[in-house]
Design a protein around this ligand. Structure first.
Ligand SMILES: Cc1cc2nc3c(=O)[nH]c(=O)nc-3n(C[C@H](O)[C@H](O)[C@H](O)COP(=O)(O)OP(=O)(O)OC[C@H]3O[C@@H](n4cnc5c(N)ncnc54)[C@H](O)[C@@H]3O)c2cc1C
Length: 387
């Protein structure tokens, strides 16, 4: 199975997507895959900025602006197969920019100042929702934004924020009415050079991925930087996640496809007991399960993206299924690939080890698998009650 192969998902694609699939696969293998894995967090941060310029200049972030979700998925599949860090760069430009593009009140200044720069790769975005005491339970957030004339004053702290310390702007969720829970949350664009904003410290992952803590101390943000109405920020965040979750599934599929390709090549060439590993049925059984899991995951991912592209108002159920299944399946596939490679598979220099370290976080960010299961069950039970 080749990476970004459009054939198994052809029913969900238009002609332009089929052309895009081979274009992005060629771009990723020619321009991105040859880059060595960064040695440490400092070089990961530098590489992330360089990758942003590269993918932006090549127009690879354009599907975010056009909200072509199948194109976003095809791009993330190809990037993730070549470099999980390049995929993370794409993901954060999407997460940080979509609230600007989706907010119900058109905010032309933010769109012109930040969205355009983000999509051309000139400005790095970040999405700041999670807090030390508000992870899965986002509505429990303690960061506040108090109205003060024609601006807001932000106070609080965020943790596990991708691109913290290297982003040019942060799309920040803060409570404008703490008593109202989720209905009191608003969303703001906070440029990184705003007085009162602080990058606190990096948080180091086992895979290269710039991450860290940020804080706000009387950080004054103009009211014009608020996206959408006051108190509608949580809904805007959920709409953003609804759209982006299928693309997380796509990234998982890209990593899984690369792992399957590496495992198949190894199984054909590595000889033990006088024959290639591929001739042992226990290995064939693993490869078969990996291929079934991957195809099923891609079908769920592209079903969700297709629903979003044809204008479905909500894709909460489809996106939750796609993200939960694809990320769990990718973890199994990458793990099996490591097993097929044996000792070579756990060497840091091997692509499957790189994937093994990178794929784990996908089951956690943008809502854990457990939270996706709660969303799916909630929708199912609500449908049963409607009958
Ligand atoms: C690599 C990485 C990048 C990230 N980037 C960002 C970012 O850019 N911006 C941002 O805002 N956040 C980001 N996050 C944070 C991420 O969204 C949170 O880690 C995630 O939502 C889970 O929150 P938590 O870590 O606090 O875990 P918790 O909410 O404490 O959950 C811990 C465990 O309990 C389970 N659990 C929680 N509630 C329930 C329940 N009701 N029923 C059953 N099980 C439950 C969870 O599924 C999980 O297994 C990132 C995280 C990672 C790992």
């Amino acid at each position: 199975m080749t990476i970004s192969d459009p054939r198994p998902i052809r029913a969900f694609l238009e002609e332009r997507h089929v052309a895009l699939a081979s274009e992005v696969a060629a771009f990723a293998s020619r321009e991105i895959a040859p880059r060595p894995e960064p040695r440490d967090d400092d070089s990961a941060r530098k590489d992330a900025r360089a990758l942003l310029s590269q993918v932006g200049a090549a127009g690879r972030l354009d599907p975010i602006r056009s909200q072509d979700w199948r194109a976003c998925c095809l791009t993330r599949e190809a990037l993730a197969a070549a470099s999980p860090l390049a995929d993370a760069v794409f993901a954060l430009q999407g997460l940080g920019t979509l609230p600007i593009l989706l907010s119900e009140e058109e905010n032309a200044p933010m769109r012109e100042r930040w969205a355009d720069a983000a999509i051309s790769g000139r400005a790095m975005a970040a999405f700041a929702m999670t807090e030390p005491e508000a992870g899965s339970d986002v509505a429990a957030m303690g960061t506040t934004a108090r109205r003060d004339g024609d601006s807001y004053r932000l106070n609080g702290a965020k943790t596990l924020i991708s691109n913290a310390g290297i982003a040019d702007f942060y799309t920040v969720f803060a409570s404008t009415d703490p008593k109202a829970g989720g209905k009191g949350i608003s969303c703001f664009v906070v440029p990184a050079d705003t007085p009162g904003f602080r990058f606190v410290r990096p948080q180091i992952l086992s895979a290269p991925h710039p991450l860290g803590e940020i804080a706000f101390a009387d950080c004054r943000v103009p009211a014009a930087n608020r996206l959408g109405e006051e108190g509608r920020g949580y809904a805007l965040g959920l709409r953003t996640l609804d759209r982006m979750r299928a693309t997380v599934g796509a990234a998982a599929c890209g990593m899984a496809a690369r792992a399957l390709a590496e495992a198949s090549t190894h199984a054909r060439t590595r000889r033990q007991f006088g024959k290639p590993l591929a001739e042992f049925q226990l290995i064939q059984e693993k490869l078969a399960r990996m291929a079934i899991d991957l195809t099923a995951a891609r079908l769920l991912v592209y079903r969700s993206a297709w629903e979003a592209d044809r204008g479905a108002p909500r894709v909460t159920l489809e996106a939750a299924m796609a993200k939960a299944f694809a990320t769990e399946a990718a973890q199994r596939i990458v793990d099996d690939a490591v097993q097929i490679l044996g000792g070579a598979g756990v060497l840091v220099s091997n692509p499957v080890d790189r994937l093994y370290r990178a794929v784990r976080a996908l089951r956690i960010y943008e809502g854990t698998t457990e939270i996706q299961h709660l969303v799916i069950a909630g929708q199912l039970l609500a449908q049963d009650l409607d009958r």
